[in-house]
Design a protein around this ligand. Sequence first.
Ligand code: DX5
Ligand code: ZN
Length: 222
Amino acid sequence: MSGVSVAPSLLSADPGRLAQEMLDLEAAGADILHLDVMDGNFVPNITFGPWLARLARKTSKLPVDAHLMVADPLEWAPVFAEAGADYVSVHVEAATHLHRVLSAIREKGAKAGVAINPGTPVSAVEAVLPFVDLLVVMGVNPGFSGQPYIAGTDARVAKLSKALREAGLENDVLIEVDGGVTDQNAQALARAGANILVTGSYLFQSGDYKGAVDRIKAASAA
Ligand code: DX5
Ligand code: ZN
């Protein structure tokens, strides 16, 4: 099994130079661009529209991972898939008809993801494991970067990793951890089964993107 992929969250990037930030992240060895889309309804913050997915598609070769923290995922998930996102993840807490949303994402040619908040039992996504490509386990309550990591997130990853193995889906579905990731918790998360680690404040506040990426990858492989 290859090492973890590192997905910087553009929520923490310099909004005045987003395209350059994407190129710098690519040069620093980042693997995926994570776009935190917030509607001010599902979470108490407002961020980007589909334009950022189009900009990322135009600017970078890296896969684009759109994390939709929106109250109406059925409306917005196809829009971000059409805008060029490779992965589109919606929150199980926001999707009345989750299977329908996941199908709509795949019909647009993107990979379908489901995200779960720290207060949501991992059992909430068991029914859709055969219909997803990505599981996003939140390490913080969604809405902001720079929040403290919630201990026990690795145990939640391990539960999902086990559920995927029991379903014979361990090679079909990736597990992403999003929120509060640093080189201090990367090892436990990787050992628990995480494949993608999102990082916002840890990387962007480091002043050394490549160093931060390398430290997370080294820690996760230790
Ligand atoms: C929170 C977002 C996360 C966050 C990551 O709602 O989904 O992607 O921006 O930032 P850090 O790594 O600082 O928690
Ligand atoms: Zn996110």
